[in-house]
Ligand binder design. Structure first.
Ligand SMILES: [Zn+2]
Ligand SMILES: [Zn+2]
Length: 311
């Protein structure tokens, strides 16, 4: 990735997790958090007049653009407020309120963060391919919901796509325990990860200003908050346990802590044929079976569960 030589314009995609179920557990109410997020976004827009902004809202059921709002009319004119601030404030607050009201129930408190990241990356790709001057893209995830193992594969795919596109992912976990997925996203893409504990949730704006406002160039000068304690082990899909050694489905790459005859993610049946039996080779234990590739003779590919050291 080429390093910026001076401050240039940025494209920031903010992913706002408005999962009402998760925010209900927070010491900081959602409306106050949104107000602080709006102040941060205004500060970002004020840093450089060419800075571009997209805000996506996500909850347990959907992801949608909050800014720029598709087909949204211009909010009422107010001479006291800078035009762009007013447009962002009005659309973001009303869009987020509509998502909260529209959600029937946010169930277990998981939000569609991977879907929001995919939308963000598509938007960034489109913008960069039509941009005439250099734009530095980044994503900020304001997360409230907990990690969902269903999202693991799509989230990791998004993270690696972001890394290839030189998109920084910053993550701020406002509610609940650490998100292992977002920690990995920030670390792999060179962004910052911060979690507000219950006592510090009032400091959301301060945290965002100090850790997520600086552009690509300025980050080279600043000392980012360290994240030495990131857990890079994978999480098993069956019990959400972090595993050192697990079993990997050769079809969908799901990870399991114990061997099973059928992959619970993609329903593939595993063949536990003893490799090399009758051919003079020592019989391999099923746990150590390796993924078999489709045979050149046109035989059907057989799936296997491979044991893998994941740490
Ligand atoms: Zn498990
Ligand atoms: Zn599978």
């Amino acid at each position: 990735m080429a390093e910026p030589l001076e401050s240039e314009s940025s494209l920031l995609v903010v992913v706002l997790d408005v999962n009402a179920g998760a925010w209900a557990q927070s010491a900081l109410p959602l409306d106050r958090a949104l107000q602080q997020a709006v102040i941060f976004i205004n500060a970002y827009l004020a840093l450089n007049t060419e800075n571009r902004l997209v805000v996506l809202g996500t909850n347990a059921h959907e992801c949608r653009y909050l800014y720029p709002a598709p087909g949204g009319g211009a909010p009422a004119h107010d001479v006291q407020v800078y035009e762009q601030f007013r447009a962002v404030d009005a659309r973001l607050l009303s869009g987020a309120a509509a998502m909260v009201d529209g959600a029937a129930s946010d169930g277990a408190g998981h939000s569609l963060v991977s879907r929001a990241l995919s939308m963000a990356l598509c938007h960034i790709r489109r913008t960069l391919s039509s941009a005439t001057s250099k734009v530095w893209p980044r994503i900020l995830v304001l997360s409230a919901g907990s990690d969902s193992t269903r999202e693991y594969i799509s989230l990791m795919n998004s993270i690696f796509a972001a890394q290839k596109m030189s998109v920084l992912i910053d993550a701020c976990k406002v509610v609940g325990p650490d998100s292992v997925f977002l920690q990995q996203a920030a670390d792999i893409t060179g962004g910052n990860y911060v979690r507000l504990d219950a006592a510090g949730s009032e400091s959301l704006l301060q945290t965002l200003m100090f850790t997520c406002l600086a552009d690509h160039y300025t980050r080279g000068i600043l000392n980012a908050p360290g994240n030495e304690l990131i857990d890079f082990r994978a999480t098993c899909f069956c019990h959400k346990r972090v595993v050192d050694i697990g079993f990997v489905c050769s079809v969908c790459l799901s990870i399991f802590c114990q061997m099973a005859p059928v992959c619970s993610t993609c329903q593939t049946k595993f063949s536990f044929k003893i490799a090399g039996a009758g051919k003079g080779r020592p019989a391999a234990a099923p746990a150590a079976a390796t993924a078999s590739a489709p045979s050149a003779a046109g035989g059907t590919p057989s799936a296997a569960m491979s044991s893998l050291n994941l740490s």
